[in-house]
Design a protein around this ligand. Sequence first.
Ligand code: R5P
Length: 269
Amino acid sequence: MDWGMQNRLSRIIKPDTGRTVMLAVDHGYFLGPTTGLEDASKTIEPLLPYADTLMPTRGVLRASVDPDVDVPIVLRVSGGQSIVGPALSDEGITVAIEDAIRLNVSGMALSIYVGSEHEHQTLTNLTKLVDAGEKYGIPVLAVTAVGREMTRDARYLGLCCRIAAELGAKFVKTYYCEDFDKVVESCPVPLVIAGGKKIPERDALQLAYDAIQSGAVGVDMGRNIFQSEDPVAMISAVRAVVHENINVDEAFELFNNLKSKSGSASKVH
Ligand code: R5P
């Protein structure tokens, strides 16, 4: 792999463990003022020391993240639709490669909607982005988005992840599912999992644990961290699951210990 491409990937997926904790804060690109991200800088700032990578939109990056901070950025570069619009899958590329370079990003993230009415459009978005990324040594993260009508099973997610890798994504973000090891086995590039909607902390730690044990290289988690009753305690516990292979009981105990120490200091809401 080209030196620059490998160097950027190594900033995201840490070479010492081969794993990563990505903090996803890009939800506003189609959800608007998501709970916990209304004041994005207030939410993001205390979590940055615990995140291996931050995944924002360029608007949030410029407005709410201090450029002096030493965290690699995987920039959300697809969008153009909204939760109230006619089709969630109707996405285009929303950031010019020159602006991604200007923002010094380590990676670019784009959603693909396999099986949707805009499947072809989103897959060719991916190939265009991969071409631009290859030109400048910037890896592309393909996000396998699912519609309400899609079943999140190993067969479907395996199909999405494999197509993303075949089209040139350097790593893929998908959902955890039963038989996730089959999704991992058939995907030749690293996988990270999304957290999804907020669930109880112990369940979210279980999700991260199961994904890691099945072969994911990490998480790209948003709501289950920044909507937690204690976001700093939660991201710390997730880190321990991802980088230290601790089990769910230990991780939940860590979460509770850190939570009781911090009181309400790190609460978002
Ligand atoms: C969705 O397309 C966005 O990329 C989110 O960042 C992603 O779903 C991860 O966030 P969460 O863990 O909240 O699902």
